[in-house]
Design a protein around this ligand. Structure first.
Ligand code: CA
Length: 326
């Protein structure tokens, strides 16, 4: 179907992971956002993946459509009783009719990030297959190899709808040559049971990242409190190559002007042999009380020693790392 991807040219410096593309500048998960992140020099381009009614893996963050598309205008009667339009209730051909736009607050439809791109233009939802072909073609035309960084979203929820998301994602990745531990791909999931299944039952050889949230987010039934302990991290190391924690699980600023306070998570993960790729740096939405973007980067890279960072602003993170290098 496509040429095999180049092997992962692991940079010596930490990885810059373009969170949903260059989403600080363009609507998340659109091709323009991916092309721009590629041009900015991100090492990895992220895909969140969910399934359509006709079983097409598509690159989309939410299970519901209305916060980043015009679904309510085009399909006013296709909402469920809970008031949401679900990706899984639509065929791919229907989803392709939607326009993707910047994220809006469900409460009043105002932009979540007011300074970001606001025009309503003809941006489309893409299948995972189209996205991988797009990235591999960009890698070819620019002679620069960006890796893909693919998330299996809410696998247990998909299973309640009779769908096996992980199998669908692995199949498409394999179609594009992403099959082995050296390939330019990271696979990520919040659900520890699903990661274990991907490794041992489905036999995947891909590099795996165990995402770590807070238990009260209800991302999955995984107990993230237990996972974050040294013993929990040793368990994660049986099936994964790294963890993706939330930045405040590594460092917090207790009050304005206060020095940052660090957990032992990064050193505990490193002791277990795990890489650490926290999420998400946003220049326009810094962690609570953090003084500025530089302080966040210094805390994560120079003090905590993380191995990569999900960033909405690949250029900001890259220029920081390049300055550190020189
Ligand atoms: Ca994600």
């Amino acid at each position: 179907m496509c040429s095999s991807p180049s092997k992962n040219p692991q940079p010596i410096r930490p990885l810059v992971i373009a969170h949903r593309g260059a989403s600080g500048y363009l609507p998340e998960h659109t091709w323009v956002a991916k092309a721009y992140a590629h041009a900015l020099g991100a090492d990895c381009l992220e895909q969140d993946v969910v399934l359509t009614r006709d079983d097409v893996p598509v690159v989309f963050h939410d299970l519901i459509l209305e916060e980043v598309t015009d679904v309510a205008l085009l399909f006013p009667n296709r909402l469920r009783a809970d008031g949401h339009w679900y990706v899984i209730d639509f065929d791919y051909a229907e989803l392709r009719q939607l326009q993707v736009h910047e994220r809006m607050k469900p409460s009043d439809s105002s932009p979540v990030y007011p300074h970001r791109f606001q025009a309503r233009l003809d941006f489309k939802i893409q299948s995972l297959a189209n996205e991988l072909e797009f990235i591999q073609s960009l890698n070819r035309s620019t002679q620069r190899s960006a890796a893909v960084y693919t998330e299996v979203k809410s696998p247990a929820w998909h299973r309640t709808h009779g769908k096996d998301l992980a199998v669908s994602v692995l199949r498409v990745l394999a179609d594009f040559g992403y099959q082995g531990p050296q390939d330019a791909v990271w696979l990520q999931c919040f659900d520890a049971a699903e990661n274990t299944r991907i490794r041992f039952e489905l036999g995947s050889k891909l590099k795996l990242i165990q995402l770590i949230g807070e238990n009260d987010w209800q991302e999955s039934t995984t107990d993230y409190e237990a996972l974050r302990t040294p013993a929990g991290l040793q368990q994660v190391a049986r099936y994964a190559q790294g963890i993706g924690p939330w930045i405040p699980q590594i460092v917090t600023w207790p009050s304005l002007g206060a020095a940052p306070v660090f957990s032992t998570l990064v050193q505990d993960a490193h002791a277990a042999g795990l890489a650490v790729h926290p999420y998400t740096f946003r220049a326009d939405d810094l962690p609570n009380n953090a003084p500025d973007a530089l302080a966040v980067h210094q805390a994560l890279f120079e003090v905590a020693g993380v191995d990569g960072l999900f960033t909405d602003f690949s250029d900001v993170t890259l220029s920081y790392l390049k300055a550190l290098d020189s």
